[in-house]
Design a protein around this ligand. Structure first.
Ligand SMILES: [Cu+2]
Length: 108
């Protein structure tokens, strides 16, 4: 019985403190400041995002999210749906074509 209580206590701690996860997302196809704000707004609109910050120089998005609500692959898919590559998830072709010219690779 004591063990059971101990296990339940540990599980309780994990579900509270272990909920927040951090990850870096490579945004290699991002071209300009508009891309940065498009991606930031799109990601921040998702449920479960605690913080998201894009570094335009390294083209990396630093993200903190609630792992119980959303996972990294869902975030990558959301970025791909905006028209941008996210890690190994390729941009949705139609969304990419719909981006302003300055946001397409080599489109300056
Ligand atoms: Cu752009």
């Amino acid at each position: 019985m004591k063990h059971l209580i101990l296990i339940l206590t540990i599980l309780g701690l994990i579900s509270c403190s272990g909920d927040s996860a951090k990850a870096d997302i490579a945004l290699a196809s991002m071209q300009c400041g508009m891309c940065e704000s498009t991606i930031e707004e799109g990601v921040k609109a998702l449920d479960g995002i605690v913080a998201f910050d894009v570094d335009p120089e390294s083209k990396v998005g630093h993200i903190t999210f609630k792992a119980s609500i959303i996972d990294l692959s869902a975030i990558e898919k959301a970025i791909a749906a905006l028209g941008y590559d996210a890690n190994n998830t390729k941009a949705d072709a139609e969304a990419y074509e719909a981006l302003p010219g300055c946001c397409q690779i080599g489109g300056h």
